[in-house]
Design a protein around this ligand. Sequence first.
Ligand SMILES: Nc1nc2c(ncn2[C@@H]2O[C@H](COP(=O)(O)OP(=O)(O)OP(=O)(O)O)[C@@H](O)[C@H]2O)c(=O)[nH]1
Ligand SMILES: [Mg+2]
Length: 193
Amino acid sequence: MQSEFLTSATRKEEYPVTTMPEVVVVGRSNVGKSSFINAFCQRKKLAYVGSTPGKTRLINFFEIDKKWMLVDVPGYGYAKMSKSMLIQMGKMMDEYFTCREQISLVISLVDSRHEPTGDDVDMIDYLKELGIPILVVATKIDKVPKTKRIKALKVVSQKLQLPLNQILPVSSTEKTGFEPVYEKIQSMLESQS
Ligand SMILES: Nc1nc2c(ncn2[C@@H]2O[C@H](COP(=O)(O)OP(=O)(O)OP(=O)(O)O)[C@@H](O)[C@H]2O)c(=O)[nH]1
Ligand SMILES: [Mg+2]
């Protein structure tokens, strides 16, 4: 797989001028969006990974195989962010989701160690309302004991009101679980082309 950072944007005027389909990675701050992108692309430092939440502040576009775009966006639910910053980021995300016609799939990341939060549910509901296809990825599965993994995925499925087969577990540190995600994206892109 070939991957390349294309550009960052805050406003629609700055989005790359292309019609390639976009797959957006969303989730709470620190859930592992940037790590997911790096592991997915088999790159170490394509997207910036931070030890403190709130690292990604812009919409970042990565071109994959010259065919489609993977998009990294700021996380939500970061309590320490200032109110004005929260509003600014909310507007930035809303503009992106409502204006960008080629959004083909949203990969919604949730932490497999915990029940999805109210913010996670709100995000999923927002996407359902916009009619954007959703795939849920449960991150940091390496932190859940093997015998408790199925149960953890069931909790996610139940809370988000989505079928269990729409929840895929991954570990970005151990680089496991990415093949099924790749296959889902491919079949999604093929069905829309
Ligand atoms: N054990 C484990 N740690 C992970 C995994 N994915 C991410 N992390 C860690 O979680 C922290 C946050 O990862 P990021 O990828 O920066 O998270 P993010 O969602 O991009 O965060 P923001 O950009 O701040 O919204 C980092 O310390 C990562 O090393 C995983 O699969 N397993
Ligand atoms: Mg990030």
